[in-house]
Write a protein that binds this ligand. Structure first.
Ligand SMILES: Nc1ncnc2c1ncn2[C@@H]1O[C@H](COP(=O)(O)OP(=O)(O)OP(=O)(O)OP(=O)(O)OC[C@H]2O[C@@H](n3cnc4c(N)ncnc43)[C@H](O)[C@@H]2O)[C@@H](O)[C@H]1O
Length: 173
């Protein structure tokens, strides 16, 4: 029987940067993942993602802009048994909102894409983070300190802030 878990890759836009929320479990290998957990009987995937994110990080649906059509599925084995993990992309609306951990986690970090990939360790999780990051850069209104059209610099530095704060902006189609 395949185990199923669901959660959110939560990002925030702060000081002109995109940062991702990763949390370190307080058991086992103390690995780092976004908020997620097992799907309970009679629970939808989205209900699980919302419940686990509330329990593990203290974030409610009203704290998030959930991109329901932007998701990524991981498939791996735990103790020889298959596991599927579904993540949706979600933006934390108030980037200063405090994270409240449960006993299941011992630490959290807001990390750049590069840092998050290093901490997440697993290749499929890194791919998910990169795909979500590409979506953000292509679909959100962004600015950078480079010339308009300087895609590479913007992508490498992960610049992305609300264009209402600045005079120069680039919109990615
Ligand atoms: N070792 C342990 N000791 C005590 N209590 C434990 C425990 N493991 C689980 N629990 C209990 O189980 C509960 C977790 O329930 P939930 O909170 O509901 O479920 P989960 O996030 O899916 O759990 P888990 O941390 O096990 O999953 P993950 O796939 O990330 O991680 C599972 C394994 O897969 C590995 N893994 C994670 N991501 C991977 C990936 N992308 N590819 C390959 N392996 C990956 C991890 O390193 C890890 O070894 C906790 O409350 C805790 O009490």
């Amino acid at each position: 029987m395949t185990k199923r878990a669901c959660g959110f890759v939560v990002f925030r836009r702060i000081r002109g940067m995109i940062e991702y929320l990763l949390m370190q479990v307080s058991y086992g290998e103390h690995h780092w993942t976004p908020p997620k957990g097992h799907v309970d009987p009679d629970e939808s995937d989205m209900e699980t993602a919302l419940r686990e994110t509330k329990e593990e990080a203290g974030l409610s649906a009203s704290d998030l802009n959930i991109f329901e059509n932007v998701k990524h599925e991981l498939n791996y084995h735990v103790n020889g048994k298959p596991k599927v993990v579904v993540y949706w992309l979600a933006e934390l609306l108030d980037p200063e909102k405090p994270i409240r951990l449960s006993d299941e986690h011992q630490a959290f970090k807001w990390l750049s894409l590069e840092e998050a990939c290093a901490v997440a360790k697993y290749q499929d999780m890194q791919n998910a983070l990169k795909n979500f990051n590409d979506y953000i850069l292509k679909n959100l209104s962004c600015i950078c300190d480079a010339n308009v059209g300087d895609h590479d610099k913007m992508k490498n530095n992960n610049y992305c802030v609300d264009y209402t704060n600045v005079s120069l902006y680039v919109e990615y189609a």
